[in-house]
Design a protein around this ligand. Structure first.
Ligand code: UDP
Length: 504
């Protein structure tokens, strides 16, 4: 190592990043990876979250300790019952109904007191004082904590730059869009301010622009905190969305550092199998089965951590999978600990019929490992950004079935811009993952499932082109995270920014 690199390494060791994630799997998981990447570059890291969430990532906590990474995991008490949330409701995937989402988000600021108490009791002989706070953008109250500590604060953003830009423009052009939505009969119109013309529809707009005044008030606090942040870390890579990355930087006027795909954080099989939480299936049996399948033949069906489908939709999807004749792994969250009525009995019969050709995982799946298995060629996804990136990293094409929030705009990136996916054509967003009383029982029929899977897994020249593009992006994603790659540099630039701001 050169003396310059030595010098740099020892300076990084003097840094202490304080990480405050949003307690939702799609936000926790990439931030855990970010914590480990920062620590692997030599910085001290404190990862602060609630007891339940720490228990879920015990494998990571043990792994970090065993490898002597300088990370501390700190428990913050979250008083769920005081704010009308069920006991232990410490993660978005435990929120039982859509009307409890806002109380959950508003309660996040109650983490401030335990965090500040922890900071007051730090033993500075053992661990340097925090030099930078990195918080999920939804943890807006951290702006005051960083201000009191007089340290820079960086926002960590889960979604793509394409979504962040569209979200910003939709909110900026709110009045114009509302007028256009009133006037147009086709339901599609141009979003102003994008680097090239993109048509968006009413549903994409309403999935991010909620009219509820209490929600708008909460989002306003998020926006204000974001404006005062020093910079933004994005779980994406420049080569995936160069125009949107650049435009997002221009529109916000902020330093934006790409640091993803964070799922490429290198770790052993067992640790990766427990990513987010422990797998609900015997991994040995699952991977033995996958090893027996033809390369690129298996479809993974998974809707992330929060989405729950109606029982009618689940069964319809199951019939479609059965009729497609395709081997599959289907991750079902609606049975097991959170039963949707009548599904379990149906599922047992279904499993008998598809024995040998399909596997149902009830609960949590080792998703990144499944996607990266050579047998897997297609992914039925809700278009959560982590799942999207994980499919890109694996070079797997997607069948897109968005449910809410950023997922509709991510779908557009996957299908229309990157051209690595086939849409089911779902239009209506719901309010949240579960408990939307107005939800239509069946949005995608068994026939549509069958048709989309045929197109995705076969599809002639069009299908081959799609698969080729997916493999090309996979290479670019991997290169971005290698030493010297664009996201590797992005993280280094963020570290340098903190070093320089301390010198000032
Ligand atoms: N995930 C997993 N197993 C599951 C469900 C989800 O490992 O059974 C992981 C998935 O790999 C991704 C994250 O949970 O890293 C979900 O994030 P995403 O942004 O895709 O969706 P969200 O859960 O936020 O809707």
């Amino acid at each position: 190592m050169s003396s310059e690199a030595d010098d740099f390494g020892s300076k990084t060791k003097s840094l202490h990043f304080l990480l405050v994630p949003l307690m939702a799997q799609g936000h926790m998981i990439p931030m855990v990876d970010l914590a480990r990447l920062l620590a692997a570059r030599g910085a001290h890291v404190t990862f602060a979250t609630t007891p339940f969430n720490l228990a879920r990532i015990q494998t990571v906590v043990d792994g970090a300790a065993a490898s002597a990474l300088p990370i501390r995991f700190v428990e913050l008490h979250f008083p769920t019952m005081d704010v009308g949330l069920p006991d232990g409701c410490e993660n978005a995937d435990l929120i039982p109904s859509a009307d409890l989402l806002l109380p959950f988000m508003n309660a996040l600021s109650l983490l401030r007191r335990p965090l500040e108490a922890h900071l007051q009791n730090l033993d500075l002989n053992q661990w340097p004082k925090p030099t930078c706070l990195i918080s999920d953008n939804f943890q807006h109250w951290t702006a005051d904590v960083a201000r009191n500590l007089d340290i820079p604060r960086l926002i960590f953003h889960g979604p793509s730059c394409f979504f962040l830009l569209c979200d910003l423009l939709i909110n900026r052009h709110r009045l114009e869009l509302e007028a256009a939505m009133e006037a147009t009969s086709s339901g599609s119109f141009m979003l102003p301010g994008l680097p090239h013309p993109i048509m968006i529809n009413k549903h994409e707009v309403t999935s991010v622009m909620r009219s509820d005044p209490d929600w708008s008030k909460y989002m306003e606090s998020v926006r204000v905190a974001e404006e005062s942040a020093d910079g933004v870390l994005v779980n994406s890579f420049v080569e995936l969305e160069p125009l949107y990355f650049e435009r997002y930087q221009e529109v916000t006027g902020k330093l934006v550092w790409p640091v993803g795909p964070l799922s490429l954080y290198k770790e052993e099989f067992d640790a990766k199998a427990a990513r987010g939480q422990v797998s609900s299936i015997d991994n040995k049996l699952l991977f033995q089965w996958l090893d027996k399948q033809k390369v690129g033949s298996v479809v993974l069906v998974s809707f992330g951590s929060v989405v729950r489908n109606t029982s009618a939709q689940l069964m319809e999807l199951g019939y479609g999978l059965e009729a497609s004749g395709q081997p599959f792994v289907w991750v079902v969250k609606e049975v097991g600990e959170r039963q949707v009525l009548g599904v379990e009995e149906w599922m047992i019969k279904f499993e008998k019929r598809v024995e040998g050709r399909g596997i149902v995982i009830r609960g949590w799946a080792p998703q990144t490992l499944i996607l990266e298995h050579v047998a897997v060629g297609g992914f039925v996804t809700h278009c959560g950004w982590n799942s999207t990136l994980e499919a890109i990293v694996a070079g797997v094409v997607m069948a897109t079935w968005p449910h809410f929030y950023d997922q509709f705009i991510n779908e557009q990136l996957i299908v229309d811009v990157l051209k690595i996916g086939v849409a089911f054509g779902v239009e209506e967003p719901k309010l949240f993952g579960i408990g939307d009383k107005n939800e239509v029982a069946v949005k995608v029929t068994r026939g549509e499932v069958q048709k989309v899977l045929e197109r995705l897994m076969g599809g002639g020249d069009e299908g081959n082109e799609r698969r080729k593009r997916a493999k090309e992006l996979m290479e670019k994603a991997r290169m971005a995270m290698e030493e010297g790659g664009s996201s590797w540099k992005g993280l280094q630039d963020a570290i340098n920014y903190v070093l320089e701001s301390r010198q000032k």
